[in-house]
Design a protein around this ligand. Structure first.
Ligand code: FEO
Ligand code: CA
Ligand code: CA
Length: 650
C-alpha cells in the first residue's frame, strides 16, 4: 500500500498553513519558503509511489487498516518516588537486571564475589538501547517471541563494588570486571499465555559482547595508519566495543550500536606527540591526563602514551547479526567517528540505505549516511557491505526552515590536504573536524534520531545545551541556556531520504509550560494540557506514528525522576505530550522499544541510585531499586496492558 496522507481530517493546505503560523510565532522562520514548495514536498511521496510502486512499498511502513493516532492513556503526575510509576491499567515488571545469568553455566550473581569470568556470562551493567528481533527469523512480525538486544553503556564502580576505593585504588580485577560489564547482550525473550514476559537462560541465541570481544574494522578507514596499534599492525582488528549508547535495527535483521563517550576510558592524550593527532584528540575531548576511568593503570591500550591510536578504534557504529551467535562484530567506519548516539535506517525509494545518526556533544552535528548499493530484501547476506560504501553527510539548518546535507567526501570543498584531510580515512576518523569545515550547524547535543514509520519524517532529539548563549543561538537551536532540550522534525526534499536538501521545524521546545521563563512550545498544542518534560534523549515510534520519548536529566532540571512520554505527531493532538511512566531515584530512563505489535514496551532503567554509593551504610544509597537494598541493579522493565492490549491504546 502506498503512503497515505496522515492528516486524514484536514487538507494539507490547512495543516501547512497552521504550521506556518506556528513557525511564524517561533520567530518568522518560514519567511522565505513558498507554501507551494512545501505542498510539493508533502505530496511527493505519493507521486513517487505511483511511479515506482515496488520501491515505494519497500520504503513504506506496514499498511495501517485504520489510521487512528490517538493515544489512550491517562497521564501520570511526575514522580520523585523510588518506585516505577505507570498510568492506571498498565503493568510493569522487571525482565532482566544486572548480573542475571544468561547461559547454562552462568554462575548465580554474587555481588560480593564478582569476577570478570562470571560477568562475561551475566547480563551487563547500565543497559541502554534495546532492539526487538522476532523469532523465528522468518516470522518478522511475531510479537510474543523474539530476541532482545540490549546495550550496556557504561559502569558505575561506586555502585557496583561495595566500599569501592575510588579511582586511585581500583584493582586490576575490578577493571576487568568493568570491561566485561560493558558491551551488549542478546537474549531470547517470550510472552506466556497470561501476557507475562520472561527470558530464556541457555538459549542458543544468547550472547554477550564485551570490551574484549574481537571485532573487525571495515570500510574506508579500515587499515589506515590512524587505526594501527602495536597489537594490531593491520588496523583492522580491535578488541571490544565501548559506551554502546543507542542503536538501531537494519531491515536485514542486524543490530547497529553507537559507541558514544569512548573518550572517558582513555588517559594521557597530553603525551601524544603527533601534532595532527593532538588536534584531533582535543576535538574529541580525549583526556590530557587521567580519564574518567582508571583503566590505563591496568590495561596498556587505554594509555595513550603507550598506544596513541587505540582510541581511534572506538567511536564507530557497530553492526552484527543477533540471529547468529558466532557472527562477526564489525565497526563500520564509513559512518564516521564521533560520539555516536543511535543509528536509524530507512530504505529510500531508490532502494539505497540511509542511516541517521547524531554526535551527542554540545555544538556537534547531526549526520546521515547514504549507501551506494541497494537493499536486497530477498538475500540477507547481499546487504552485508551496504554500510561500507556510501556518502556521509552532516546537516546544515538554515534560518528559513530549509536545510542542506553537506557531503563529507575527501577532495570536495574544503576537505583537502591543505586543511589536514589527505584521504577519506582522515575525513572519517576526524568527522567532527570535517563537518565543522563544511559549515554544518552545531546543535544542542544531537541524541537519538528516528524516522516516523507512517510518513518517513525524521525526528531529532536534542537533549540540552547550557553553554548555548544569546550570541550563538540560531533558528534550529533557539534558546540560550537550553537546559530542557528540544525536538526537531525534518522532512526530506520530495520525501526522498537520499535528498541533499530538507525542510525542518521545531516540534517541541521542552520544559515546564507552567514556567514562562522556560519558553516551551508543544507544536502549537495547548500547553495547559501537556505533561512537562525535559531532556529528550532516546526516542522511538509506535506503529501508528506516535513519538515516544525517554528522558535523561529531569532530576536536575524539573526536580522529578526521568520518565517515558508519548506524543502524537499528526492530527489534532499533534504536540499533546503525556507521561506514561516514571523511573526511580537516580536513574535515567535510557531507552525504549516496542515489540512488533505494540503490546509490550521495553524500558531501560539505567544507573538507578546514581549520586549515591554502595557501602556498609544503607543511607549512602540514593535508591533501593530494584531489590530493596544495595547494590542497585540497572534493569529492563516491560510495560504491558491488561489482556495483551496494545500499550498505545486499543
Ligand atoms: Fe548515552 Fe547520549 O546518551
Ligand atoms: Ca542516551
Ligand atoms: Ca531510539
Amino acid at each position: 500500500m502506498k503512503r497515505e496522507d496522515s492528516h486524514s481530517s484536514k487538507n494539507f493546505g490547512e495543516v501547512l498553513e497552521q504550521r506556518f503560523e506556528r513557525r511564524a510565532l517561533l520567530g518568522g522562520l518560514m519567511k522565505s519558503i513558498p507554501a507551494t514548495a512545501l505542498l510539493a514536498t508533502a505530496a511527493a511521496p505519493a507521486a513517487a509511489a505511483e511511479a515506482a510502486p515496488e520501491a515505494a512499498a519497500a520504503a513504506s511502513p506496514a499498511p495501517q487498516a485504520k489510521r487512528e493516532t490517538r493515544l489512550q492513556f491517562q497521564a501520570i503526575k511526575a514522580s520523585t518516588q523510588d518506585a516505577i510509576q505507570a498510568s492506571p491499567g498498565y503493568k510493569t515488571s522487571v525482565l532482566l537486571k544486572w548480573g542475571d545469568p544468561l547461559f547454562n553455566d552462568s554462575p548465580a550473581f554474587d555481588p560480593m564475589a564478582q569476577t570478570p569470568a562470571a560477568q562475561a556470562k551475566q547480563f551487563g551493567y547500565n543497559n541502554d538501547w534495546m532492539g526487538y528481533f522476532p523469532l523465528p527469523a522468518h516470522d518478522v512480525t511475531n510479537p510474543r517471541h523474539g530476541l532482545l538486544a540490549v546495550n550496556h553503556e557504561y559502569t558505575n564502580p561506586e555502585l557496583m563494588f561495595r566500599t569501592y576505593g575510588g579511582f586511585a585504588n581500583q584493582t586490576a580485577e575490578q577493571t576487568e570486571i568493568e570491561l566485561q560489564a560493558h558491551g551488549l547482550t542478546v537474549v531470547e525473550v517470550m510472552r506466556n499465555s497470561k501476557g507475562d514476559w520472561s527470558y530464556v537462560v541457555g538459549s542458543r541465541y544468547n550472547r554477550r559482547i564485551t570490551a574484549t570481544t574481537p571485532a573487525e574494522l571495515t570500510g574506508p578507514a579500515a587499515g589506515s595508519d590512524w587505526l594501527k596499534t602495536s597489537a594490531d599492525p593491520t588496523g583492522r582488528r580491535v578488541l571490544g566495543s565501548l559506551n554502546n549508547c543507542s542503536g538501531g535495527q537494519t531491515p536485514w535483521g542486524t543490530i547497529l550500536s553507537g559507541e558514544e563517550n569512548f573518550h572517558q576510558y582513555f588517559s594521557n592524550a597530553g603525551r601524544v606527540t603527533n601534532a595532527q593527532a593532538k588536534a584531533i584528540n582535543t576535538l574529541y575531548g580525549m583526556p590530557e591526563a587521567n580519564g574518567e576511568y582508571p583503566w590505563a593503570r591496568h590495561v596498556d591500550r587505554f594509555d595513550m602514551a603507550k598506544e596513541p591510536n587505540e582510541a581511534n578504534r572506538f567511536g564507530w557504529i557497530v553492526e552484527f547479526d543477533p540471529y547468529q551467535p558466532q557472527s562477526v562484530v564489525r565497526k563500520r567506519t564509513a559512518l564516521g567517528r564521533m560520539r555516536h548516539e543511535g543509528c536509524t535506517i530507512q530504505v529510500a525509494q531508490s532502494g539505497q540505505i540511509v542511516a541517521y545518526t547524531g554526535d551527542d556533544e554540545r555544538f556537534q552535528f547531526a549526520y546521515k549516511y547514504v549507501s551506494k548499493g541497494k537493499y536486497n530484501a530477498f538475500d540477507r547476506l547481499a546487504n552485508d557491505t551496504l554500510l561500507d560504501e556510501g556518502t556521509l553527510y552532516a546537516a546544515k539548518f538554515n534560518a528559513d526552515g530549509t536545510g542542506e546535507w553537506l557531503p563529507l567526501v575527501f577532495g570536495q570543498g574544503p576537505l583537502t590536504a591543505a586543511n589536514g584531510f589527505a584521504n577519506q580515512a582522515d575525513v572519517l576518523v576526524n568527522a567532527r573536524g570535517a563537518a565543522a569545515r563544511l559549515g554544518a550547524t552545531p546543535m544542542d547535543r544531537p541524541e537519538d534520531i528516528e524516522t516516523n514509520p507512517v510518513n518517513g519524517k525524521v525526528f531529532i532529539a536534542l537533549t540540552n545545551n547550557t553553554r548555548r548563549t544569546d550570541r550563538d543561538k540560531d533558528a534550529a537551536n533557539p534558546r540560550a541556556n537550553n537546559r530542557w532540550g528540544h525536538i526537531i522534525e525534518l522532512t526530506e526534499d520530495n520525501g526522498d531520504h537520499t535528498a541533499t536538501k530538507f525542510f525542518w521545524e521545531v516540534f517541541i521546545l521542552c520544559g515546564d509550560p507552567a514556567q514562562a521563563s522556560h519558553g516551551t512550545f508543544f507544536a502549537g498544542y495547548d500547553p495547559k494540557q501537556v505533561s512537562a518534560l525535559a531532556c529528550p534523549d532516546n526516542i522511538t515510534f509506535d506503529s501508528k506514528g506516535n513519538l515516544w520519548i525517554a528522558t535523561d536529566g529531569q532530576p536536575g532540571t524539573l526536580g522529578v525522576n526521568d520518565g517515558i512520554y508519548a506524543v502524537p505527531t499528526d492530527g489534532v493532538e499533534r504536540g499533546f505530550v503525556r507521561q506514561l511512566m516514571s523511573g526511580v531515584k537516580g536513574a535515567e530512563t535510557a531507552s525504549l522499544v516496542f515489540n512488533s505489535d505494540d503490546t509490550a514496551l521495553f524500558v531501560s532503567i539505567q544507573h538507578p541510585g546514581e549520586g549515591g554509593r554502595w557501602t556498609l551504610n544503607e543511607a549512602d544509597l540514593v535508591s533501593k531499586w530494584p531489590d530493596g537494598g544495595g547494590p542497585n541493579k540497572p534493569g529492563v522493565v516491560v510495560v504491558t496492558k491488561a489482556e495483551g492490549n496494545p500499550v498505545v491504546g486499543s
